[in-house]
Design a binder for this molecule. Structure first.
Ligand code: PA5
Length: 445
């Protein structure tokens, strides 16, 4: 079961820069209140909790057809529609495309070079495409869909049989096209927003396509859910996670949250978390700034900053108890003092020792940090991690008094893009862009 060790966040351990127990006691009434609001599903977007009980038989059916018929599987999506699937495949089937079928390509960033490369690697005649967009109108996703749809139509007689649309059950352009053309479809329930959708068909179809039982992921999520809805804060890892980081930002002026998994396969999970945390909480002049990192790699890149840089961060480790495979370091070069200590140990011993040492080194100089541990990286524990972070984020949004489910701040940039791309109704935005460009000219070197 997932565990949160927050000793190094507490005043008793890290002194002045830590949180006194009484401060957490003091916030208990607020926590009880938020807990009630979550349980009452005060906001419709809390529907992400209902995903834990969904029927996934249709997902399994479609995935099995994809596995049986196709050599490549392209996912088109962005934001929550891509970060979740990427976190899943990297955690549960690392370096997948080197020896597994179907090969999986997740295309989000409308970078033409990446697109070109994917098309040179995936043979259209043997490819299925999963277009994922809740709104059904996101420019990045829909433009790459339009290109692929056109290409497939020119190449294969049954293009519509190769497209799976994961979208709103009723609304949006993609739903309309899918119904008209007869695509297979999977629905993202109305209340579930992009960044809370990893445990919906958005992430579960890919899970099944790569041969992993999505039921286990949901079971993991269900099991952690009980603990993440315990009104007693000292027993609830999700509420504690939020409360600790909230107090660290409000009282201790530490607004930066570094997320450091000690496992290559969890780096995309850290990136997924960063979207969830940033887009959900960054509102009304408040928020917590997450950044994704990787242990041990970033001990040779970022750690100096965490140790001796500005005192504005909390480091959050993700620790894996059992890597399930290992390699022993042989006793070679025994006459070399700087190397002979390694012989006889294993790689997992080394990575774990490095994680623990970094935790300790930070605590020793009173730099707060905490550690989330999972027993191993499998579907069951990925389900726990995802749901734990989603519960923590929703809770923390309520704690800050912001809506953790919208993203009004991203609209203006989109409107400028619509203007530049000639969308009807956005002519004024185009003019604004052109004016701004003129101004910029004066300050170029
Ligand atoms: O969390 C969110 O809602 C967003 O980040 C979306 O996932 C992202 O903008 C993509 O939206 P859509 O799924 O509608 O294409």
């Amino acid at each position: 079961m997932l565990e949160l060790n927050f000793s190094n966040m507490m005043g008793e351990v890290v002194g002045q820069s830590g949180i006194p127990e009484r401060e957490i006691e003091g916030i208990k009434t607020t926590v009880y209140d938020i807990d009630k609001r979550i349980k009452a599903k005060e906001r419709p977007e809390l529907a992400f909790i209902d995903l834990l009980e969904q029927d996934i038989s249709e997902i399994k059916k479609i995935a099995s057809a994809v596995r049986g018929e196709f050599e490549s599987f392209i996912i088109l999506g962005i934001g929550g529609s891509a970060l979740g699937p990427r976190a899943i495949i990297e955690a549960l089937s690392p370096l997948h495309n080197l020896d597994k079928k179907p090969k999986v390509f997740i295309y989000d960033n409308v970078d033409p070079r990446t697109f070109d490369r994917i098309l040179s690697l995936a043979d259209i005649k043997k490819t299925a495409v999963n277009v994922i967009t809740k709104s059904g109108s996101t420019a990045e996703t829909m433009s790459s869909f339009m290109i692929l749809w056109d290409k497939f139509n020119k190449t294969v007689p049954d293009a519509s049989k190769r497209f799976i649309a994961t979208t709103d059950p009723e609304k949006g352009n993609l739903r309309k096209i899918a119904d008209e053309k007869g695509f297979k479809t999977l629905s993202i329930p109305p209340g579930v927003g992009g960044r809370y959708s990893v445990l919906s068909p958005v992430g579960l179809l890919l899970t099944e396509v790569i041969g992993i039982n999505a039921d286990e992921m949901l079971q993991g999520a269900r099991d952690i859910h009980k603990r993440c809805t315990d009104p007693e804060i000292w027993r609830n890892p999700a509420y504690l996670f939020g409360v600790l980081l909230y107090i660290m930002e409000r009282e201790e002026k530490r607004p930066i949250n570094v997320m450091v998994p000690y496992a290559d396969g969890l780096k995309p999970t850290a990136e997924w978390f960063c979207q969830l945390w940033a887009e959900s909480l960054g509102k009304l002049g408040m928020g917590l700034t997450p950044y994704p990192s990787l242990g041990t790699t970033d001990q040779h890149s970022q750690l100096q900053l965490w140790m001796e840089g500005p005192e504005d961060k909390v480091v959050i480790f993700i620790k894996v108890d059992d890597y399930t495979v290992d390699a022993e370091i042989p006793k070679v070069f025994q006459d070399m003092d700087g190397l002979n200590y390694l012989g006889g140990h294993t790689l997992s011993e080394l990575i774990k020792a490095e994680q623990e040492s970094t935790e300790l080194a930070l605590a020793k100089i009173k730099r707060p940090n905490m550690t989330i541990s999972i027993p191993k990286i499998d579907a069951y524990h990925m389900g726990q991690l995802f749901h734990f972070f989603e519960m923590a984020t929703a809770f923390t949004g309520f704690l800050y008094g912001v809506n953790p489910f919208n993203q009004p701040g991203v609209e203006e940039g989109k409107n400028f893009t619509y203007g530049m791309m000639g969308r009807k109704g956005y002519e004024a935005k185009r003019q604004e862009v052109e004016k701004a460009r003129e101004k910029k000219m004066c300050w170029r070197v």
